[in-house]
Design a protein around this ligand. Structure first.
Ligand code: TTP
Ligand code: MG
Length: 680
């Protein structure tokens, strides 16, 4: 069988990458708080669905992202706890991320969502390869600190830690084999990495959390192989030895097309159709069961030009670039050169949002009180993320405050995410930084003087800054006078434009900011309960994705001087809100049980632009590829996720993490990704 390898990108298989995924993350957070829950089937509720459930529940048939009603019908004894408040999840996520990061030498520690982390441990492993005493492998020492040889752990290098995938799909428990009399470096490195991964997993367990981990030579393979043995286990992909390539090919080949991160539902469908037209398989074959191996077994083989022509025809506006076709083929072959991105110490922004579509806010008193609540949460969040308790100072000060509002919308109108959302930004008043230093010595922001100071600052911020912005966004019609009643369905308050006080604290660099914005997609999920049509949830306003080719319908330039009574010199960002009409976007509606999802592919949306956050779709691939000068599939499927069939009815594959998401769960899923841009 011929494979068009000469066009594939470099394999970069000299790296060693770990991918950690916390088991049933939200559920474990609750279990740690109340250990008696551990033995009970537990579901974490977010509005009308389960964000996740623990493994006892899964054993009884409950699944992640099931509706509460279905879960209860399957498992009436399911204990359900409310997971709407994301604060505890963010806090644990940050803690565990920081823990892993403390073991990194190169700071290449990248998060995906709240509970997944990649680590590039090539340097640590390489160092320990040189230390290995081949005459006494059983009593090896893994050094975790070059400066301090005593910081490390003892391990038995004559065998693997955890499970191994390879050697004809069987687990392999042998020791370090020799090839032609010489130990094979890659195999030994993978073995060392398996022990490091095990050690780190045990460290995380000391914090109360079990994990799954994948160990391989790139991000794609590490993530996929980690799924092989869940929960509480790890798997190393043996991509070494005389048939290392064959092992990778078999491993990748076993995956359904849509399970490959980076291949969205639309592309999977196009490729499946093409496979069917070329191979004429059994008519009973379900297209969604077509695997990578099926596709790559075709003769003549799939080549970049074929891919370009197949995928270009699906897009009316642009042709699929050859470089992206090569990237896609690389992914199918298990090659992923994308680097693990350096850690970021700071979030790019922090925003808090609430929706009121079941019960819109009609009076200024209500609006004011909700703004105070949101602002208080925001301040608390700022304190957690941006305040250094030890050094008792801010590590970064956001410079910009943004308010976004939207009137209550009728879910049946079929309008998309950006519909009627309006935003304005201005300088963040300095008073917000005062509560941080007002602590009574213990740094506890939860009580005493700090809580009082925070409440005061929230009140002041609302009165002096947010309400004036609110009035500009929702001006009174002179004819209505003061009798006007509002109908506000959404409020979002955001601080952004982080100014790092400690220049070394920023990390990450500008690329991440762009990526974070691009990761954010636009979804609005409605729950058209016949009696009470209310918005189930709404994805964060602030990171709308700019669609290439979209034409602005109107531009609302915000003149800070004129509109906000602010000193122009204070204005750090030149904010304008553009209202775009995208030529290709077609509104669509999908039904799932009693839920209706109105996807982002609506005709209208806003793009909020500012100086240091200009982003474009081409930079936003999750599997970042430095050389990619063109957008990849998941970006072509912009407007969010692509629809497709999946287990359990209508749903879609997330182009960011490749989870299959039922339509009714999209909102929670979007929110889940949006948090990446906020949590550090
Ligand atoms: P996952 O890692 O996908 O799920 P999990 O950790 O619960 O389970 P697993 O053992 O299979 O890894 O997501 C992490 C958390 O993110 C999850 O606990 C709940 C939340 N989440 C959402 O809120 N919405 C979503 O759509 C997804 C996928 C996850
Ligand atoms: Mg998980």
């Amino acid at each position: 069988m011929h494979h068009p390898r000469k066009n594939l990108k470099t394999k970069h298989d000299d790296r060693i990458i770990l991918h950690f995924d916390i088991d049933c993350f939200y559920a474990q957070v609750f279990e740690n708080k109340t250990p008696s829950l551990k033995s009970l089937p537990l579901g974490i509720r977010q509005k009308s669905l389960l964000a996740t459930c623990n493994y006892p529940a899964r054993r009884l048939g409950v699944k992640k992202l099931m509706s509460i009603a279905s879960a209860l019908s399957i498992c009436p004894e399911l204990v359900i706890v409310d997971g709407q408040d994301l604060t505890p999840f963010r806090d644990v996520s940050k803690r565990l991320y920081t823990l892993l990061r403390s073991y990194s030498w190169n700071d290449k520690v990248e998060r995906l969502g709240l509970d997944e982390v990649w680590m590039d441990v090539s340097d640590v492993v390489e160092y320990n390869l040189d230390l290995l005493n081949w005459n006494d492998l059983e009593h090896s020492w893994f050094c975790l600190d070059k400066e301090n040889p005593e910081r490390g752990f003892a391990f038995d290098a004559s065998g693997w830690a955890g499970r191994v995938y390879g050697h004809g799909h069987h687990d392999y428990f042998g020791g370090v084999e020799e090839t032609d009399g010489e130990p094979e470096p890659l195999k030994t490195k993978l073995l060392l990495a398996s022990h490091l991964a095990f050690y780190l997993r045990m460290k995380i367990e000391e914090e109360g959390y079990t994990t799954a981990c994948g160990i391989s030579t790139n991000k794609l393979l590490a993530k996929l192989v980690g799924n092989m043995n869940k929960p509480r286990n790890q798997t190393t992909l043996l991509s070494c030895g005389p048939d290392g390539e064959g092992t990778v090919r078999k491993f990748m080949g076993s995956h359904q097309l849509r399970k490959v991160p980076g291949i969205g539902g639309k592309t999977a469908a196009i490729l499946s159709d093409w496979f069917i037209s070329q191979a004429d398989p059994d008519p009973n074959l379900n297209p969604k069961d077509i695997t990578v191996a099926n596709l790559l077994s075709l003769n003549p083989p799939l080549t970049p030009p074929t891919l370009c022509s197949l995928l270009s025809s699906s897009s009316s506006s642009s042709s699929f670039p050859p470089s992206s076709a090569r990237d896609l083929l690389s992914l199918l072959n298990g090659h992923d050169p994308s680097p693990v991105k350096p850690a970021r110490s700071l979030p790019t922004q922090i925003s808090i949002e609430d929706t009121y579509h079941a019960c819109p806010l009609t009076s200024l008193t209500q609006i004011r009180s909700e703004l105070v609540k949101i602002t208080s949460s925001l301040l608390k969040r700022m304190k957690t993320d941006l305040w250094d308790d030890e050094k008792r100072r801010w590590i970064a000060r956001p410079k910009t405050l943004r308010l976004t509002t939207r009137p209550r919308v009728d879910p049946r109108e079929g309008k998309g995410y950006g519909y009627l959302r309006v935003s304005k930004s201005g300088p963040l008043p300095g008073c917000v930084f005062h509560f941080g230093s007002n602590t009574n010595g213990d740094g506890d922001d939860g009580g005493g003087n700090t809580a009082a100071a925070m409440a005061q600052v929230a009140e002041r911020l609302v009165k002096e800054t947010l309400l004036p912005i609110f009035h500009q966004l929702n001006p009174l019609n002179p004819r209505e006078g003061k009798t006007r009643s509002y109908s506000i369905g959404l409020l979002n308050v955001c601080v952004t434009n982080m100014d790092s006080v400690n220049p070394t604290a920023g990390g990450g660099g500008g690329r991440d900011i762009k990526d974070m914005f691009v990761r954010a997609r636009e979804f609005t999920v409605y729950d058209p309960d016949p009696d009470q049509h209310h918005l189930v949830d709404n994805y964060d306003a602030d990171e709308n994705q700019f669609e290439p080719g979209a034409e602005p319908l109107e531009t609302l330039d915000v003149d800070m001087d004129r509109d906000m009574g602010m000193d122009a010199e204070d204005v750090d960002v030149d904010v304008n809100v553009k209202h775009y009409q995208h030529p290709d976007l077609i509104p669509a509606k999908h039904q799932q049980d009693s839920m209706m999802m109105i996807p982002t592919t609506s005709n209208e949306y806003f793009h909020i632009e500012d100086d240091d956050k200009v982003w474009d779709a081409e930079e936003g691939n999750v599997w970042e590829n430095d050389e990619a000068d063109e957008e990849l599939d998941y970006l072509r499927e912009a407007g969010g996720m692509s629809s497709g069939d999946g287990e359990g009815g209508d749903g879609t594959t997330c182009p960011l993490c490749n989870h299959f998401i039922p339509f009714f769960a999209l909102s929670a899923h979007e929110r889940f990704h949006s948090m990446e841009s906020e949590g550090a």
